[in-house]
Design a protein around this ligand. Sequence first.
Ligand SMILES: [Zn+2]
Length: 386
Amino acid sequence: MPANLTCPDCGTVYEAGPDEPWRCACGRGLEFTERPHPQGDPLPLHSLDTSEGLWTFFEFIPIEQHVTFYEGFTPIVDAPEWDAQFKLEYVFPTGSFKDRGATTTLSRAVELGVEKVIDDSSGNAGASIATYAARAGLEADIFVPADVKQSKLMAIQRADARPVRIEGTREDVTAACLRAVEGNAGGDDGAGTDGSSAPRQTGEGWYASHAWNPAFYAGTMTFAFEVAAQQGWTVPDAVVLPIGHGTLFLGAYRGFSLLNEAGIVDGMPRLLGAQAAGCAPIVAALGGDTVDADDAGTDIADGIRITEPARGTEILEAIEETDGDAIAVGGDPIETALDRLHRNGFYVEPTCAVAPTALEQYREAGVLDDDADVVVPLTGSGLKTL
Ligand SMILES: [Zn+2]
C-alpha cells in the first residue's frame, strides 16, 4: 500500500491516491506518514551491495522501487585546491542530482496508478522528470517559460515528453501548471474524508513537482546516506550546498536526521547554503547581504534562480537546527570558480560553481575552521550547457 500523506503543521492526514492533494489545505508541503529506517548496525561500505545505486537504501524510502536506472552512489573525491571533498552529483543518467528525486517520484507515480505526470521546470528537473517518465512509460507534460533555451527544450522533447510553453514570468508558468494539475474544479472539490479543502489533483495529471512532492525529497535524502557510507558511517563537519528550491539541501537535512534517528551516526553536519547575489531569498530571510558589487550572480547561476522557494520555512529550520548559514555570492567570483573547476577536470555547469565559491567565503569569514572536514556536491554537468 502506498504511504499516506500528512501535514507536519496541522496534522491532517490525506489518503494516498492519484488525486491526493499536492499540498495541505493550510498551505504547507506534505510529508509521508511513514518514516522507515533499518534496524541494527549498518554494513561497512565494502560489504554493502551497491549494485542498485541509491536504492541500496530502500529501507529508508517509503516508496516501492518501480522506475530506476540504478542511479546514485556518485563518486566522492578529494579536491586539494579547495581542501574539501567534492561529491560528483553530475554523474547521473541525465547529468544532475535531480535524478535522485525523479527515480522515487516516478516510482511513487506508478505505485499510485498515475497515467500522466506534470511538472514545471525550465532546467534539470524538467529533463529528469521527462526522462524517468519515459522509463516508466508514462506521459509527461513539462511547463516551461516561452523563452526557454533550445538545449533544455530538446532534452524534454527527446524523451517524448510534451513541453508546454507559457508566456510571462516563472510564477506564471507555475500558475498555468497548477491549473492543469487541479483541473476546472480547482481546490474547491477537495472535501475528502478529512473534510478539508486541500488542492486535489483532479485535472490532467499528477504533480511530479521537484519542489512540493515529498516523493522527490525521499530520493534526494539518499545523498546523505551515501556521504555517510562513503565516510565509514560518520558525518562531515559541514556540507556546503546550493539553494534554489532547496531540494538537495532539504534532502541532505532529512537524510542526516534519519541516520541519527536510526542510531547509525551521532551528530549532524553544519548545512551551509550558497545562493547567487541578486536572487537570495533565504539569505535575505536570515538578514544577510544579498547584493554584490556586480550583482550578476543570477545571470550565471540560472539553475537556482528561485525567488520563492516552496519550502522556504523548512530550509530556515534546517539552517537553525544544524548551526548552519546561507550567503550570497557574486557573479565574478562564480565565473572565476567555474574556470578553476574546469581546469581541475570538473566539467560542471555554471550554477555548480556557486557552492565552491561560497566555501571559500565561509573560510575567509572564519565560519569554517581551516581543518574542518567539508563535503561539497557538484550538482550538474557542463555537457548540457554546450
Ligand atoms: Zn496543514
